[in-house]
Design a protein around this ligand. Structure first.
Ligand SMILES: Cc1ncc(C[n+]2csc(CCOP(=O)(O)OP(=O)(O)O)c2C)c(N)n1
Length: 651
């Protein structure tokens, strides 16, 4: 039995010797590497946070004390030592362990995360609840810690929380896990400042943090002061002069070696005894303990499947066999989007691209290579990205902001107030629209379409394939107002490359005609409607298929014209059902006086958990088979396929 296998609760960590803890750290890393090799996942961040995790769990008493993981992508060690090691093989699989803390999994998980920058606010809220408890309540002495990365700390939400914390002065430990990396290198003034702090070893201040903290803690001030003074000696580190955090009222301790567990424990103890908001700044190596990830933490930030060739921990081991030859994948929508942008950027110098900390994920790094002066990575600051785009547009530029749909939720007000109210030509590329898969509830791109449909001046489009995506890029950039363009994480249909052509805003297209049904879809799901129409023919049911192209303005005339006289109208979108595209069609038909049965194919009300995209599509019945089954049910056809249909499928 390994040491890890003997850990059923984190309290057991306190009984381990330093040597055993080192063994455990190695076992944790090995388990993560071997698991991610099969499942994909956030490997580099979790490898870098092993010692922080052990130290927090030894100093604190979870779940009575509360440990918050900002974003939550670095919490694999936390999951493993909180009695999930035996199920960890199911990481990110349907029904398995989630990639982020999930309260449904463990009482040690405080908050269901996934989005960066939420941790400090959550911790401040927990502390506010603790601090109104009567002193007789043991929970009033709860210790609260939050671990936040150097990129997430610069997000607007964290800044707001830190500002508030500096005012409330709630006792709270913030562990700043500084590895100098976001997914790509961290950007921004704060990042530069942190860098200076790391480099600053000598004490330069006139008044130490310990001295300042002391008067505020009359009872435990002396021991805490002594402890800190000792820590200062022991660490052979010094209190740097650190304007930023101290100036807003948060005691700063740093910079410590984030892989020296013993040193971390002493600092965390010291921080808690100060009975104040304290930030402990630790320097870690992203990907620590696994050479390929240390050397290329960007690729190993969110290692995705098919499995990247993870070298084995023991170089003498045989590499795992890779099944079959990797088949070349068609271009992704993301690649196509950026290719078209790069093409247009050559002749239109007004085009500026903005990403919020995702230059590789959104593909905009490629645009940056071509036009570095017209590219901005604003860090994890989606709201700023969109408002900055409005500013650029006001000054005559043609900004393109590419965000993952889920992260763009942060920028909703920026879109409403700054972009739509001002009716400025901003092209918002909403990558990862639809189901995204293994990252689960926090990451599905399913809420923006309903949220955006009510926004005045905004046009909302989505292509049926990657060629049409090029057309949308051309159209969006030429449109004299805000455009939202939704495209999925998927690869395209492997269609030949061609330059984009302008589309008419608000015009859909008829892809096939039939008398019985109208199938009308928004986005790549239209491909599945085509397949469904083909299958239905085998049952003698014919369908008209419309590619709506635009959810707003909707091509009401086209839809109404083809709806008239049909047995059933089916709308399809890979997005939350409520208030989405289907509701738009229903509303349009109602207003036109067409009252026919309408079946909405969309994502059910609720969060969609993690799993492979194909499996989730099956589960949600938005894959071709699921849509077909829904249509057959709605038509009252038998569930089983007719023989004739089976033949068609086989052909
Ligand atoms: C609001 C939001 N935007 C973007 C992301 C994508 N994302 C996940 S982790 C990450 C980088 C986090 O860097 P840092 O906080 O420094 O932690 P590290 O991974 O370096 O430990 C980003 C940009 C996200 N999860 N949430």
């Amino acid at each position: 039995m390994t040491l890890l296998e003997s850990i059923r609760e984190p309290a057991q960590l306190r009984d381990l010797t330093p040597e055993q803890l080192e063994v455990l750290a190695a076992e944790l890393r090995e388990k993560m590497i071997r698991t991610v090799q099969r499942t994909g996942g956030h490997l580099a961040s979790s490898l870098g946070a092993v010692e922080i995790t052990l130290a927090l769990h030894r100093v604190m008493d979870s779940p009575r004390d509360r440990i918050v993981w900002d974003t939550g992508h670095q919490a694999y060690a936390h999951k493993l030592i909180t009695n999930r090691w035996d199920r960890f093989d199911s990481l990110r699989q349907i029904g398995g362990i989630g990639g982020f803390p999930r309260r449904s999994e463990s009482e040690h998980d405080v908050f269901d995360g996934g989005h960066a920058g939420t941790g400090v606010s959550i911790a401040v809220g927990l502390a506010a609840a603790r601090d109104v408890r009567p002193r007789t309540d043991p929970a009033s002495r709860q210790r609260i810690a939050v671990c936040v990365g150097d990129a997430a700390i610069s997000s607007g939400l964290t800044m707001e929380a830190l500002n508030h914390l500096g005012h409330t002065k709630q006792p709270l430990l913030i562990v700043l896990n500084d590895n100098e990396m976001s997914i790509s290198p961290s950007v921004g003034g704060l990042s530069t400042r942190l860098n200076k702090m790391r480099l600053s070893r000598a004490y330069q201040g006139t008044k130490s943090a310990t001295q300042r903290a002391r008067p505020r803690i009359p009872i435990i001030g002396r021991p805490a002061f002594n402890l800190l003074a000792w820590a200062k000696e022991g660490f052979k580190r010094s209190w740097a002069k650190v304007g930023f955090f101290e100036d807003i009222g948060i005691t700063y301790i740093g910079v410590l070696d984030g892989h020296d567990r013993g040193e971390l424990e002493k600092a965390f103890e010291a921080a808690f005894r100060l009975h104040a908001p304290v930030l402990v700044h630790v320097k870690t190596t992203k990907g620590k303990g696994y050479a390929p990830a240390e050397q290329d933490s960007m690729s190993f930030h969110g290692a995705s499947l098919p499995p990247i060739d993870l070298c084995l921990i023991d170089p003498t081991e045989e590499p795992l066999p890779v099944e079959g030859k990797p088949t070349p994948r068609p271009k992704s929508y993301t690649q196509t989007f950026v290719e078209e942008l790069v093409r247009l950027g050559e002749t239109d110098e007004r085009i500026v691209a903005i990403t919020a900390g995702m230059p590789t994920g959104t593909g905009l790094a490629r645009f940056a290579e071509h036009y570095p002066a017209r590219f901005h990575d604003v860090g994890i600051a989606e709201q700023h990205a969109v408002t900055m785009a409005a500013g650029l547009a006001l000054a005559g530029m043609r900004p393109v902001v590419a965000l993952y749909s889920t992260f763009s939720q942060r920028a909703y007000d920026a879109l409403v107030h700054d972009v739509c109210q001002n009716e400025v030509p901003v092209l918002l590329g909403l990558d990862r629209s639809g189901l995204v898969g293994e990252d689960g509830t926090s990451h599905q791109g399913m809420f923006m379409l309903p949220a955006m449909r009510s926004l005045p001046n905004l046009v909302i489009g989505s292509p049926k394939d990657e060629q049409e995506l090029r057309d949308f890029v051309v159209t969006g950039l030429a449109h004299d107002g805000p455009t939202a363009l939704l495209y999925p994480r998927d690869v395209g249909e492997d269609l030949p490359d061609r330059d984009g052509l302008p589309l008419d805003v608000g015009r859909g297209e008829v892809l096939r005609t039939g008398d019985d049904l109208l199938l009308v879809g928004f986005g790549p799901i239209v491909q599945r409607l085509q397949a469904v129409a083909l299958q239905l023919e085998a049952d003698g049911v014919t369908a008209t298929v419309i590619n709506a192209r635009w959810a707003k303005p909707l091509d009401e005339a086209l839809i109404c014209e083809h709806a008239a006289g049909k047995r059933l109208i089916v709308t399809a979108e890979e997005s939350a059902a409520m208030g989405g595209f289907g509701d738009g069609v229903l509303d349009a038909l109602n207003r036109a006086g067409i009252h026919l049965p309408l079946h909405k194919v969309a994502l059910a009300d609720g969060f969609v958990h993690h799993g492979a995209v194909d499996d989730l599509r099956g589960q949600q019945r938005v894959d071709a088979a699921g849509i077909l089954a829904q249509v057959r049910e709605a038509l009252g056809l038998p569930r089983t396929a007719s023989k004739r249909r089976a033949r068609v499928t086989a052909a």
